[in-house]
Write a protein of this length. Sequence first.
Length: 342
Amino acid sequence: MTDSIAETPSNNNDVHQEQPPAKTTKAKLVDFARRALVVIVFAAAVYFIAVQWPQVQATVFALYWWQVLLSLLALIPGVLLGMYMWRVVMASLLRQVDVEPQGLVLNQIYLVGQIGKYLPGSVWAFVLQMELGRKNGIARAQVFVASLVSTGITIGAALVVGASALPILVQRQPNLQWLYVILPVVILAMNPNVVTFLVNIVLRVFRRPPLPERIQANTMVKAFILGVLMYLCFGLHLWILVGHEATLDLATFLVLTGALALGMTLGVLAFLLPAGVGAREAILILALAGMMSAGAATAIAALSRIMFTIADLLCVGIAFVHFRWRQQSASKTPAESTSEAP
């Protein structure tokens, strides 16, 4: 009887008397470290833009303002599609352990975590996402697995989309022929049974129990489709950006989209570089070589990189404002209901 009374407060005084447990010194230090890491990665992203700006300033002013704006706007849905792809995988893993995913929280974990890629070493994006997930009650291992699986799906989608540009790139750089070999391997590795097996190996390393059930095929298919759509948006961004130098036709769009997808994949593999800097630009310059001068191609590749960074920061800002607005709306609703009660 006493237990049931404690679980169901009978008056407002009981509610007000409930106090959250005081944080330990260790918990305070962990919170401080998380906040410091977020500040550092945002500073790194802003610093990256400032350093790259002198290289692209002349190119920006040579373009029409609407061209730059449309190119930037094309990136926003691409970034958000990447977020939804990660959410599809994360939600599937959470439901396996009977946890209902909170969409707004997952949005912040993904978008803020993605800014970590601007620090040297792609691992920082994973670290930041794991810490943000832990802060919101999600096990680090689950966040890491979701990020790992979505990264694998992203690479698979990139190789499929990149097939349209591969013949041209290999012709100009024969050293890229190995991509022909890795494409079928990655596609086969996206089989749900294979993915589940690999995930369980990762969980074993984290000393966590294996997944209670196999990752569903519809999860993989949904995430893969979102990945392809994401790259199409990114390709549209680049297609608009080169409009003053190249013919805007379907063939150009497919080549640029494929090259950008492959370049971003190589950027992921070049994990020691901040956001894969250099690897992606090299592929883009190869693809653009037949459309414009080497100097113009280099400037466009660098400008595209800066615009990706701006789009990432904009999406984080939008997600943060939306999250705060929803929080305030939720907190006002009970108060309004109470004030309207007789």
